[in-house]
Design a protein around this ligand. Structure first.
Ligand code: V47
Length: 365
């Protein structure tokens, strides 16, 4: 019965591969993206999700801190980054960041997620002091900070290699790295949307260097702008190949493009179907990634909840003060309560699991 339904959708051969635990090809990925049978795609992705994570659905108590929006890259899709001279530009002192951490000491936060623009002038010592300062205020917190793009920038500022820069940051308190800055690796897309940004191959090189030093990282893809389906698949397969080599990626997070206040504001927002497809195709192609996140900030809590039946096993977390997507017109709240996350997960028929950054279980609800 079910097999008939998948065959009718023209995806019978992919079902056979999924059932055999075989790897999907680039062509399979493009066919999945082209298919309009969202339930068939979801059924396939859910099989992989259940095999890897059962009913577990993870979330974390985290706090986002964006230490500065001053950026020398000024990517066309970004509403967050500003020139130093802009009236909207800001940079926090180490004491201001410490205060943000101190202000939430009464909450059971286990992770600080910290990213910023590529600042032209802050010295390398500022970043080391940021990490040390956060640890001083909240010694047990895990700091997930600086994308691969920021790390390459910091290495340049420090006048050191990537590995040495990462070692110094790790010694100062860096626990892992978030997955931002990956965008779409393909050079056509990078040239058209973020020509100054670290090239895709270099992003992967930084991630692999971090993995070699025992730092786990995430990966993302910014979809829903001018990229082709083939370019999305190429991006996912580049990540799969890197993961085969290091095993250092924890989670993949598809990021839905938000056009407002960007140089690409003429483009439409993504649709629910495309958001679900990106979760599901990622789950199916990235067979070696343990986790796929439905980031509620970008797709909304309701669609993130539905995504739990389309391959996602993680809803990210409480977040607090999200800025990057909200500058680009996100209509979601800037924070969500753990009680809401737990309710969303339970009503999806899954088991809410509070985790730490490295997916150690803190509590099952
Ligand atoms: O690097 C920028 C993207 C990223 C827009 O690792 C935009 O767990 C949508 O990477 N519309 C930052 N996206 C966010 C990010 C992230 C978020 C949550 C969890 C994790 C994780 C990582 O947001 C940027 C860029 O790729 N971005 N502008 C925009 N207009």
């Amino acid at each position: 019965m079910t097999k008939g339904f998948i065959r009718q959708a023209g995806l019978g051969d992919i079902l056979e591969k999924v059932e055999a635990g075989s790897r999907l090809s680039a062509d399979d990925g493009v066919r999945l993206y082209r298919s309009n049978d969202i339930l068939a795609i979801g059924y396939l992705a859910d099989k992989v999700r259940n095999r890897l994570n059962g009913d577990n659905t993870y979330f974390i108590y985290n706090q986002h801190i964006n230490y500065s929006n001053i950026c020398i890259n000024l990517c066309k899709f970004c509403a967050f980054g500003k020139e130093k001279e802009s009236a909207l530009a800001y940079q926090m002192t180490v004491d201001e960041v410490k205060k943000k951490v101190r202000d939430r000491l009464d909450e059971p936060i286990t992770e600080i997620h910290m990213v910023g623009g590529l600042h032209p002038a802050l010295p390398f010592s500022y970043y080391l002091e940021l990490l040390r300062g956060i640890k001083e205020v909240r010694p047990d917190v895990h700091i997930q900070a600086f994308t691969c793009v920021e790390i390459a920038h910091l290495a340049q500022i420090a006048g050191k290699g990537i590995a040495e820069t990462l070692k110094l940051l790790k010694d100062a308190g860096l626990g892992s790295m978030p997955g931002g800055g990956a965008e779409v690796f393909n050079s056509r897309i990078r040239n058209l949307t973020c020509e100054k940004k670290l090239p895709g191959e270099k992003w992967i090189e930084v991630a692999k260097t971090a993995h070699g030093l025992g730092l786990r990282t995430n990966a993302t893809m910014l979809y829903g702008h001018i990229e082709s389906l083939e370019e999305r698949v190429e991006h996912l397969l580049a990540l799969r190949e890197a993961q085969d080599q290091t095993g250092g990626f924890l989670a993949f997070i598809p990021l839905a493009f938000h056009p407002k206040n960007t140089e690409m504001a003429n483009l439409a927002k993504t649709t629910g179907i495309d958001d679900l497809k990106n979760i599901a195709v990622a789950r199916l192609l990235l067979d070696n990634f343990p986790h796929i996140k439905a980031y509620w900030v970008m797709v909304g809590p309701k669609l993130a909840q539905i995504a739990l039946s389309f391959g996602a096993d993680d809803m990210d977390g409480t977040v607090k003060e999200e800025v990057i997507t909200h500058m680009a017109g996100a209509e979601t709240d800037q924070a969500i309560g753990s009680d809401t996350l737990i309710r969303l997960i339970k009503e999806a028929g899954r088991v809410p699991v509070e985790r730490d950054t490295l997916y150690n279980v803190i509590r099952t609800y």
